[in-house]
Design a protein around this ligand. Structure first.
Ligand code: FES
Ligand SMILES: [Fe+2]
Length: 471
C-alpha cells in the first residue's frame, strides 16, 4: 500500500478525508451502563474530538463539546443541574442541544446567552449503546440490521479499549485464517460450558468442538463477495482427517459491515456485531452487540465474564502493552498459541497492538488469506474519494430495510461438501423461523456465488503490484 493511501484510510480526525466519510455513519459513543451512575456525565473522545455525554434530570441525553464555550474549562467536571451541564468556572449552563441557558456572571439584562452555542451532536440510545452522529445536517436512521432491530432483552452490549488505530482492529475481524493460529487451544473444553464465549462451543448441528476444527484445519478456503453493507466472507474447511471422509465441510460465514463493523457467530443462535470506532488515530474502542435469535440473553453472566478482564471506567484490558500482556511462556508451549490465556479478545488485542499504534501498511507482504482485507481497503478508499468529490458511497445503507441487509446472518456449521450455499440458505431459514422476534423478517435466502445474489466472488489480488488500483 502506498504510504499516502495508508494515511488516507487510517486518519479520521475532523476535516480529514476518512473523517468526512466516517462521519456519514452513526458512531457508538458510550455504553448505556456508563450513564447508570449517580452523576451521569461521561467524557467521550470520538474520532479525535473531545466531547462530554450527559443525561439531564429530565432523562434527555446531550453530547456537547468538552471545552466550555466561554473560556474553555473542562465540562466533564461540570455541575449537572437545572436541565443541563453547568461550567464550574463562571457558571454558564448548556442544554442537551448545545444551547446556552444561563450566564449568571453577566448583568441581569444581558442577551449574551441567546448568542452563545456550544458544539453538540445528535445521539440515540439503542440496545445498550449510545450512538452519536458527528456528520453535517440531518442524521439518517440507524440501519435495519438485526443488532438494532432486536428487542432489548435479546441483546447485550459491551466494549473494550485497543491501543492502536481502528483499521487494525477491524482487519483482524475479516481475516478467517488467523483463528486457526492466534486462537488455537491445544485442548478442547467441555462445549456444554461455552455460554457467552467465542470459539468454545460446538458447530451447529454437531458435537465437534470449534476449537478442534480450527486447530486441525489451518488452511481454509476463503471466498468473499461484495454486498450492500460491505462483504460476506465464507471460510470452508473440508473435514477429511481423523477418520472423516471429506463428505462434510465446516462452513463459517461472517460479514464486514461499513464503516468499521463485523458480524460473526458466537454460537448457533447468538451473533456478535462488533464496531471498531476511532477514539483518535492511535486508539479505538470495540463495541460488541450480542444478538440472540431464540431467547433473551443472560446479561449478568455475560457481563461478569467480561468485567474480569478489564478495568473501569475506561474498559482498558488488564493485560496490556505495559505488562507484556502477562505473557506465559509455559502456557504458550503446552496450552495456547499465544500464552495469553483463553480470552480470545486478548489474543486479538495483542495481535493488533503488536502491529504498532498506526500500522505502516507500506511494509507488509500480503497473502491469499488477506483477500477480504484487500477488498475492504479498496471499497473504503473508493468511498473516501467519492465523499471527497461530493458524492455518496455505495455502502451507505443507513435507512434501508432491504432484504440483504437483514441480519446480516452469520453461521458456523457443518454441511455437505460442495453444497455450502444450499446448506447456508436452509440453516438460516430454520434459525429465523424459530425466532420469536425475527421470524417475520425477510432473510437473505437467495444465493449466488459466495451466497450473494448478483455478486461475483472477489478475485485474489494479493500478488498484484497494485492491489488497490481503483475500480
Ligand atoms: S469557562 Fe466556562 S463559564 Fe467561564
Ligand atoms: Fe480473532
Amino acid at each position: 500500500m502506498r504510504a499516502e493511501d495508508n494515511r488516507k484510510i487510517t486518519e479520521t480526525g475532523p476535516g480529514t478525508p476518512a473523517g468526512d466519510w466516517m462521519r456519514l455513519y452513526w458512531q457508538p459513543a458510550a455504553l448505556t451502563e456508563e450513564l447508570e451512575t449517580e452523576r451521569p456525565v461521561v467524557p467521550v473522545r470520538l474520532l479525535g474530538e473531545d466531547l462530554v455525554l450527559f443525561r439531564n434530570d429530565a432523562g434527555e441525553l446531550g453530547l456537547i463539546d468538552r471545552r466550555c464555550a466561554h473560556r474553555g474549562a473542562d465540562l466533564a467536571l461540570g455541575r449537572l443541574e437545572d436541565g443541563g451541564l453547568r461550567c464550574y468556572f463562571h457558571g454558564w449552563l448548556f442544554g442537551t442541544a448545545g444551547n446556552c441557558l444561563d450566564t449568571p456572571a453577566e448583568p441581569e439584562d444581558s442577551q449574551l446567552r441567546a448568542k452563545v452555542r456550544i458544539r453538540s451532536y445528535p445521539v440515540v440510545e439503542r440496545n445498550g449503546i449510545v450512538w452519536a452522529y458527528l456528520g453535517d445536517g440531518e442524521p439518517p436512521e440507524l440501519p435495519a440490521l438485526d443488532c438494532f432491530t432486536a428487542p432489548d432483552a435479546y441483546t447485550f452490549a459491551f466494549k473494550g479499549y485497543l491501543d492502536c488505530n481502528w483499521l487494525q482492529a477491524l482487519e483482524v475481524g475479516i481475516d478467517p485464517a488467523h483463528a486457526s493460529y492466534l486462537h488455537r487451544f491445544e485442548e478442547d473444553d467441555n462445549t456444554g460450558d461455552s455460554y457467552g464465549k467465542q470459539f468454545r462451543g460446538a458447530s451447529l448441528g454437531t458435537d465437534l468442538p470449534m476449537t478442534k476444527i480450527l486447530r486441525e484445519y489451518g488452511r481454509p478456503e476463503i471466498l468473499n463477495a461484495r454486498t450492500e453493507y460491505g462483504q460476506r466472507i465464507v471460510a470452508l474447511r473440508k473435514l477429511d482427517k481423523d477418520g472423516l471422509d471429506g463428505s462434510s465441510t465446516h462452513v463459517r460465514i461472517t460479514h464486514q459491515v461499513f464503516p468499521h463493523g463485523i458480524t460473526i457467530p458466537m454460537s448457533a443462535t447468538i451473533a456478535i456485531t462488533q464496531w471498531h470506532v476511532p477514539i483518535d488515530d492511535f486508539s479505538c474502542y470495540w463495541y460488541a452487540m450480542f444478538t440472540s435469535l431464540d431467547a433473551p440473553v443472560d446479561r449478568a453472566t455475560m457481563r461478569a465474564q467480561r468485567l474480569d478482564g478489564i478495568t473501569l471506567p475506561d474498559y482498558k484490558p488488564v493485560r496490556n502493552r505495559a505488562n507484556n500482556y502477562l505473557f506465559d511462556f509455559h502456557e504458550q508451549r503446552t496450552q495456547t498459541y499465544t500464552g495469553l490465556g483463553k480470552d480470545i479478545n486478548v489474543h486479538d488485542q495483542m495481535a493488533v497492538e503488536g502491529q504498532g499504534r498506526i500500522y505502516d501498511r507500506s511494509r507488509e507482504r500480503l497473502s491469499r488469506s488477506d483477500r477480504a482485507i484487500i477488498t475492504f481497503r479498496r471499497m473504503a478508499l473508493k468511498a473516501i474519494d467519492t465523499v471527497a468529490a461530493g458524492g455518496h458511497p455505495d455502502t451507505l445503507l443507513m435507512d434501508t430495510a432491504d432484504v440483504e441487509s437483514r441480519g446480516p446472518i452469520p453461521l458456523d456449521g457443518i454441511g455437505p461438501t460442495g453444497e455450502w450455499e444450499t446448506y447456508w440458505a436452509e440453516s438460516i431459514a430454520d434459525l429465523r423461523k424459530a425466532s420469536p422476534w425475527a421470524s417475520d423478517l425477510r432473510a437473505a435466502l437467495a444465493t449466488g456465488p459466495a451466497g450473494v445474489p448478483g455478486s461475483p466472488v472477489e478475485p485474489d489480488r494479493s500478488q498484484l503490484p497494485d492491489a488497490y488500483g481503483r475500480d
